[in-house]
Write a protein that binds this ligand. Structure first.
Ligand SMILES: [Zn+2]
Ligand SMILES: [Zn+2]
Length: 184
């Protein structure tokens, strides 16, 4: 964690946040340039909220707990809207393409496949890894589901709309959703 991030966590302790100018004075007192505060926005869940009527807007940190380990933290997974602490952040590699076999006149289809090195955490419920959950034998009623951690998150978009969102382990990722080259 950088000094700037630590400064913001120590300073923005109130849920209603702090007026931007007040934070700017506090940052100057701590010897932290304002552009560093702006840069920390990408790693901290720092939000601008409207101030009371007629007053300037305020900056606040989102204090929801980490969805992986449950520790309270204002961190965001870089490049992805997941609430995770620094210990639980993990590299995410994203591929994006338009399938060549899209039927004409059905709107433009975009596939976004994101692989998270440590697997995806469940976004709801108690902190835990997200599992693949694919039914391993569809012909057999009550057959077990895949217990592997979901490494892949694949969303399919039609135009601006989300058409589907699924998580899979590496084995069960459908071949049509596997990036042609597993590189960015
Ligand atoms: Zn965590
Ligand atoms: Zn699986």
């Amino acid at each position: 964690m950088t000094t700037t991030e630590q400064f913001l966590i120590d300073t923005l302790t109130e849920p209603e946040g702090m007026a931007g100018s007040q934070l700017a004075y506090a940052a100057a007192d701590a010897g932290i340039p304002w552009d560093q505060v702006q840069q920390a926005r990408s790693s901290l869940a720092l939000r601008t909220v409207p101030g009371p009527t007629g007053q300037e807007s305020r900056l606040t940190l989102d204090h929801r707990p980490c969805i992986d380990c449950g520790t309270s933290t204002p961190y965001l997974e870089p490049n992805h809207p997941l609430h995770l602490c620094p210990d639980c952040t993990s590299p995410i590699t994203t591929w994006r393409w338009e399938p060549w076999d899209t039927p004409p006149n059905r709107g433009r289809i975009t596939v976004i496949a994101a692989q998270r090195a440590a697997g995806w955490p469940a976004e709801e419920g108690p902190p835990q890894p997200r599992i693949c959950g694919v039914v391993t034998n569809k012909a057999l009623p009550g057959s077990p589901t895949c217990p592997e951690v979901a490494l892949w998150k694949v969303t399919v978009h039609r135009g601006q709309n989300l058409a589907s969102s699924n998580h899979w382990c590496n084995t069960h990722l459908p071949s049509k959703h596997r990036p042609a080259t597993e590189e960015k």
